[in-house]
Each structure stands twice: as structure tokens, then as C-alpha cells.
Design a protein around this ligand. Structure first.
Ligand code: PD2
Ligand code: ZN
Length: 289
């Protein structure tokens, strides 16, 4: 290859970017491209960054050329070196599963049993049949696809809530102010949440008014507060993934554009026996005030 250098600061030139794209188009796996960059003198970290940024930029250019909106920055945990645990500020959280496309991470031990019980106790007196955002108008409506009971907290409304929000902001490197208030949902036997996307559909007439406050949703954290005996997993039908609703665990996923190409279609499968409680945190592009 060309473009190799042994100087202390290695520059990623347009020629190198072109070469990386040509390698990918020729079907060479990223690992092979990385090896040949290293063999010609590139520092491993510089080469890895150049490879990732170039390929991501190229995919984004193609997506935009095909009429999609550009990718925006999204929350994520620092999992580059495949750690088994990550520091969430006030708690060490386990990493149980990581997927890149769609971006899905399952965390263990995000919440203690006491925190799960505390959230349920705060939410219980305020539970009502769940509403969903009415995308036609930007208001809220009852929806047969969602047969749970629910409520919303204000951000920072109680010390327990503020603590969990701060933990999520630390874990996912995303400003606390960009989070919606926590939503708590309760599902009894038969209750489910049919597959949907959490971003707001740009084609719906109510969407511009929703986006004025904080922009698009770009990430979701579903935290399991109480586990049913059977059923109630969170499904990602595009990739045949089902996350078990274990108390204290959470599933995080992100979506860099409001489009099905993110493969973030997901649903809550029916509870078969027992009761499931979850808390959902939706993360926006910008401050959500
Ligand atoms: O309860 C779930 O598993 C679930 C599934 C899909 C919750 C949500 N979506 C949500 O709150 O957006
Ligand atoms: Zn959802």
C-alpha cells in the first residue's frame, strides 16, 4: 500500500482514505486492511481510527446519496476494548452482550434490587393505562399496541431518580439534560408492546412539533425493575434477538438516523405469567427542557 510513514504524528491523507475504501469495496475484511497498514508502519491506534472513521464516513455519504438523513452522534458506552465491566460513576456495571448493527448492549447490575423496588414504589400510586405519542398531532393517545400501565417522572424529581439519571449519563457519555423524564411501565399477563421504532417518524405530520423540544430520540435504555415468571422479553425482530427481562439489568440501543436501516425495530413480548415492570429512558439529540 502507499501512504505509510514512520514520523511521530501520522497524517491520514485523502489518498489513504481512498485506499481504505477501495480495500473495503474489494471485499477485504477490516482486520486484513488493518494488518497491512500496520505492516507498512502505521501505528495500530492511528490505523484503527483511520479505518473506522473512513468507513463510517463512506457509509454515511452513501446513505445520504440514497436520500437518507445524515447520521448524527449517538450515546454509547466505552466498550472499545471489550471490558467485562464499566464504571458508571457511582456503580460498576456488567457488560453482558454487545451487538454493533443494530447497536444493542445488554448491561447487568445497572440497578440494585433496592433501586428497582424504590422506583416501583414511587411510580405505583401514579400508574395509568399507557398512552403513546400521537404522531398525527404530536399529542398523546390510547393505543391497542401497548397494553401496559405507565407513568412519567420529571427529570430529577426525587433523589433516587436523579442518581439513576446521572449514572446513565456517565455510562453512555450523554448529557443528562438530553434525557426525557423516566417512564415506568407495568405489564400483567397478556400485556405487550408490539414492535415499533422509538424515534419519531419524519413522515408523520406531528413530528416537527415534537422535535422542537430536544430534537430526535437517538437512544433508549430499558431497565427491568421486576421480572415475570414467563414471557415479557424485549424482542428485536430484525436480528432475532430477545433480551430476558432480568431485574436490575438493562438493554440499551441507539439509532443514528430515524430510519429502519438502523434495524432497531423492537417490542415487548406478551407476559405469560407474573408481572413485568420496566423503566425507560429515551435520549434526545439536544437538551430536553
Ligand atoms: O417493555 C419492553 O420490553 C419494551 C419494548 C419496546 C418497552 C419499550 N419498547 C419502550 O418503552 O419503548
Ligand atoms: Zn420502544
Amino acid at each position: 500500500m502507499n501512504g505509510g510513514t514512520t514520523s511521530t504524528v501520522q497524517q491520514v491523507t485523502p489518498e489513504l482514505r481512498q485506499w481504505i475504501i477501495a480495500q473495503a469495496q474489494a471485499g477485504h475484511p477490516a482486520q486484513t486492511v488493518l494488518q497491512s497498514m500496520k505492516a507498512s508502519g502505521w501505528d495500530e491506534d492511528v490505523a484503527t481510527d483511520a479505518l473506522e472513521n473512513t468507513l463510517r464516513g463512506h457509509l454515511d455519504e452513501q446513505a445520504v446519496a440514497n436520500g437518507l438523513s445524515p447520521a448524527v452522534p449517538v450515546p454509547d458506552a466505552p466498550l472499545d476494548e471489550s471490558p467485562l465491566r464499566v464504571d458508571a460513576g457511582d456503580r460498576i456495571v456488567d457488560v453482558l452482550m454487545e451487538m454493533h448493527n443494530p447497536r444493542v448492549v445488554v448491561f447487568g447490575n445497572l440497578l440494585s434490587d433496592e433501586e428497582c423496588e424504590g422506583l416501583i414504589a414511587l411510580a405505583q400510586p401514579r400508574m395509568k393505562r399507557s398512552l403513546t405519542v400521537a404522531t398525527k398531532t404530536g399529542g398523546e393517545e390510547l393505543n391497542d399496541d401497548r397494553t401496559s400501565n405507565g407513568m412519567f417522572f420529571q427529570r430529577g424529581e426525587a433523589p433516587l431518580i436523579a442518581r439513576i439519571e446521572q449514572r446513565l449519563a456517565h455510562l453512555l457519555n450523554w448529557p443528562l439534560e438530553n434525557g426525557e423524564g423516566l417512564q415506568v411501565l407495568q405489564y400483567g399477563p397478556g400485556a405487550e408492546y408490539k414492535p415499533h421504532y422509538d424515534y419519531f417518524d419524519p413522515a408523520e405530520p406531528g413530528t416537527p412539533s415534537i422535535l422542537r423540544r430536544g430534537g430526535q430520540r437517538v437512544g433508549t435504555v430499558l431497565m427491568y425493575l421486576a421480572e415475570p415468571e414467563k414471557g415479557g422479553g424485549t424482542l428485536f425482530p430484525n436480528v432475532n434477538l430477545e433480551v430476558a427481562p432480568r431485574r436490575g439489568n438493562a438493554v440499551f440501543f441507539s439509532y443514528e438516523r430515524p430510519h429502519p436501516s438502523t434495524r432497531t425495530l423492537h417490542g415487548g413480548s406478551p407476559v405469560i405469567e407474573g408481572e413485568k415492570w420496566i423503566a425507560t429512558k429515551w435520549l434526545r439529540e439536544r437538551r430536553f427542557d
